[in-house]
Write a protein that binds this ligand. Sequence first.
Ligand code: A3P
Length: 299
Amino acid sequence: QVSKAFLQEVQVKEINAVLLTKGMSDNWESIWNFQAKPNDLLIASYPKSALSGTTWTQEIVDMIQNDGDVRKCQRAYTYVRQPHLEWKPWLLSTPGLEEAEKMPSPRTMKTHLPVQLLPPSFWKENTKIIYVARNAKDVAVSYYHLSRAMSVLPRPGTLDEFIDKFMNGRVLWGSWYDHVKGWWNKKDKHPILYLFYEDMKENPKQEIQKILKFLEKDLSEEIINKIIYHTSFDIMKQNPMAGYDTIHINIIDHSISSFMRKGITGDWKNHFTVSQSEKFDEHYKKKMAGTTLTFRSEI
Ligand code: A3P
């Protein structure tokens, strides 16, 4: 049964001008003081990687760490295998960071925090970080659908209202523009592998090989092909231990939208009107001016 207190998580509060849930900001001191270790691995992204492909990357990484052993990767739900630092896992009573503290090393964890809010111990310990990013319009659409279906996220309003909130960074975990740029700017000063959802869709083998190199691991062609198969959208959608489609109806109402929704690039074209798209592009140009970071919103 989902407690009332849990659902109250949905109230939002600001930390350094970034919107977080009340639960996260009440717990901020513990999050900020979280002690990372040099042999940890952190998977970071804007939510729904924002629905950016975080869960997908998490599954690929777990498969790599377990040499492609599917059964081992089904030992527990994604959020138990790789705790989400700042978030209280669905239906569990402890926040992700407390789960992480109990885990044996080497640990793999997840965060959606913007770079400036990452606990400083990650920088001090030189912990490896994989960041995954996805084009803004697909993130906005994915985030919108998940917010409609997921009771622990603030209500999105209409798509038009949500796009407006997204453009102004008035969504949980703050501005997508600042998030992707912030992590991009940090990537040459710290061991950060910066991946793109669109590249993973287009050429999963190439992106898995980048992860292998980053983790200093070597796997046979056969195991890599097995990982590609088991982390493909259709197979992952059927895996009850990957993603969040098996969680309680009070949290995600699957009749509204599933977590593993479409898993494609360019779905925004089925949602944005021409005028919404033009307004978005105009604003995007200003927000992304001067950065070398570029995205593909179709492949
Ligand atoms: P859509 O809503 O566009 O379908 P995150 O894990 O960061 O929250 O991202 C969720 C998005 O990644 C959802 O996008 C989901 O369908 C997609 N996704 C999850 N697993 C995937 C996979 N194996 N292949 C492609 N997309 C995947």
